[in-house]
Design a binder for this molecule. Structure first.
Ligand SMILES: Nc1ncnc2c1ncn2[C@@H]1O[C@H](COP(=O)(O)OP(=O)(O)O)[C@@H](O)[C@H]1O
Ligand SMILES: [Mg+2]
Length: 230
């Protein structure tokens, strides 16, 4: 269970100091698929970064099973992230000079997972293990980044616009894959998107507007990636 209490986050100094998170509170249950919607600049990525320990908040707490990671030392947060968090970004961020196998192994090594090739198989890239990122399509690169994130067996997977750089057919395929893997592995999933339709796939939907949560609801019957309008 992740319990977020009264988060405030500021950027800048003096006259240009702006409040980007304006008192965010939220409970996320284990195994949930939460989608975070909101216009560009509303604070979605900042909130994701704070919940995952990538950046500290200026005020408030981020409790994982009762332990507040906001205010922990860098070493503590680094260990927490290593053991608990997986991250997938719109732009993949694969290492260009490592092949598929080595990119995924990098994630796996963090958790000492010797069976990481199962993750490469799970994303359907066993045939392309020796390829380098520039030799892959966008969808394939995103599948590598998903395998890398999951190879460390995270408890919580964060995805920031994971289909933002993909065409519709590829986007659906990647979302379908992510959902299947979540059902098999049982991790909690928190996904930022500005595609309202993707929200129909989630259990919980949150909408942000200029640093605040303005709406939260549950979906009783989430749709599959192939049932939503794109
Ligand atoms: N590192 C930063 N320094 C200063 N301002 C930032 C920084 N990161 C984000 N911001 C500002 O914070 C606001 C929210 O940004 P962000 O969380 O990226 O929004 P979203 O992901 O919803 O588009 C924006 O106004 C953005 O310009
Ligand atoms: Mg963003």
């Amino acid at each position: 269970m992740i319990k977020i209490e009264n988060l405030h986050k500021f950027y800048g100094m003096g006259g240009s100091r702006t409040e980007v998170l304006k008192g965010i509170s939220l409970d996320i249950t284990d195994g949930d698929f939460l989608v975070l919607l909101g216009a560009s600049g509303s604070g979605k990525s900042t909130l994701l970064n704070v919940i995952s320990g990538l950046e500290p908040a200026d005020e408030g707490s981020v409790l994982y099973d009762g332990t507040d990671i906001n205010g922990q030392t860098d070493a503590e947060v680094t260990l927490f992230r290593k053991e608990t968090i997986g991250y997938v970004f719109q732009q993949y961020f694969l290492l260009p000079n490592l092949n598929v196998d080595k990119n995924v192994k990098m994630g796996a090594d963090l958790a000492n997972n010797k069976e990481y090739r199962k993750m490469i198989e799970a994303v359907g890239l066993s045939e392309k293990m020796k390829k380098y990122p520039h030799e892959l399509s966008g969808g394939e690169q995103q599948r590598v980044s998903i395998a890398r994130a999951l190879a460390k067996k995270p408890k919580v997977l964060f995805l920031d616009e994971p289909t933002g750089a993909l065409d519709e057919a590829t986007g659906r395929m990647v979302l379908d894959l992510i959902c299947k893997l979540q059902k098999e592995m049982g991790f909690t999933m928190i996904m930022v998107t500005h595609n309202q339709n993707i929200a129909e796939m989630a259990n919980t939907v949150i909408t942000m507007n200029s640093g605040r949560i303005v709406e939260k609801y549950q979906n009783d019957s989430p749709k599959s990636a192939y049932e939503i309008v794109w």
